[in-house]
Design a protein around this ligand. Sequence first.
Ligand code: XUL
Length: 529
Amino acid sequence: MESKSSSLFLGLDLSTQQLKVIAIDDNLSIVFEESVIFDKDLPQFHTQDGVCRHKDMLCVTVPTLLWVTAFDLLLKRMKEKGFEFDRVVSLSGTGQQHGSVYWKSESEKLLKNLDPEKSLSDQLKDCFVVDDSPIWMDSSTTEQCKTLEESVGGAQALANITGSKAYERFTGNQIAKIFQHNPKAYDKCERISLVSSFLASLCYGGYAPIDYSDGSGMNLMNIFTKTWELVCLNACAPDLKEKLGELVSSSKHIGKISRYLSQRYGFPKSCDIVAFTGDNPASLAGVCLKKTDLCISLGTSDTLMLWLDNPKPTTKGHVFVNPIDESAYMALLCFKNGSLVRETIRNRCCESSWEEFEESLRNSPPGNNGNIGMYFHETEITPFAQGTYRFNNDDVALQFFTKDEEIRALVEGQFLAKRVHAEALGFHITEETRILATGGASKNKAILQVLSDIFHAPVFIIHGTTNSACLGSAYLALYGVCGQSKVGFHDLFYKSDKYEMAVLPNVKTRDIYDKMVKRYKLLEEKVSN
Ligand code: XUL
């Protein structure tokens, strides 16, 4: 660990495929990183890409104990690498959004009295009334969504309150399903955590509150009053308010580190914990999003984020409370078929090689001679659709493309969809627009070139890391204890040398893509439900 300053701030990220930690010093430099990859490091849980897909293809869950075991292993690895726990001033974290954890009655007592001689997984293994946590990839709650929307007068009415119409993966609908299918378990449940507040609870040694930004992804919180909306709670399950606990600001200091973590690993007793939030809000913090920026995260899911001051929620996309300015909001679009589809098609067409994938992009012309593809291997969220669709220049459906056509159709299709849906949210590209790309695939310049051409805007990446969510939570750890009252988030964290220009748009492609966006929109309407 190389850092001259003595203070460290930790960010943890419990995402779909891994648990990661980043430490920054007070110059905001990343001085330590470590991770646990679920499939590789914890094979005993039999996950694929970090999750368990059930036979019906709609239910997707993760054994809650996997996440606890991963945290044990991460801390062990940090210790083995000589991480200086005693320098940590504060920590925060982030988690995949919407997933939920169901704590058995009396678990909080256990959390408060953990034995530092034993692992967390040994001590918490019987604490969950539901062993398998539903996660964001689940799409099995269409029935519950209908009921929730009806209870408030329809999809738009629900969006007006909670920022989103009812979505299958949103936590309220998942809770309703658990209550209906397993009422005994629901009854025995004392507290429901999100993935973010769950990890925070492990650090705090007690139930940690849900923050406003991640709370916005539940269909249960009024995004304007930032309180639980009783009609929505009652439509999902009884006594829900008590089980959810309080809501807090995303940069709220929630308490000190648990006695367990301090005794077992050497964190200072004074180490502060700042509320944990969802991965997309944390990413917004990590890239220091400005009002004219568009952030595109290319991870397990691809997401697109915008800053909003006066949101008017619609039935397309989501409005969340902004994690770095509580009086503002953020728009989010989530595309479920992101990296996993890019990897599957790369493996099928390019012998698992990104070099070959890039070569195919270079060999095929922008616009792909009019060929358009949509690859929704999993039931897509934006739009609600499933299957693979290929169209030629005359919009005639095809069974196959050549290898080069297939690769270009995949990448262009993914970014055309992003532009279509960003524009539907009211986003306009201007001279000032910067696209901030993050997530694993943002390393790949050939992919970023297509993104830049389709949006006619320069694409920037963040120096030093592709994991903006984890970095953002380290920023929030610092902000929660040192910043807020004196200065705004951007005053502390915005530095222009943080951004590296990755690619510029090729002006020659402008007309091609302006036309193609219109065709894509119509074709997408044809294939979606
Ligand atoms: C956002 C969403 C995903 C998850 C996993 O609404 O479902 O982006 O947060 O990353």
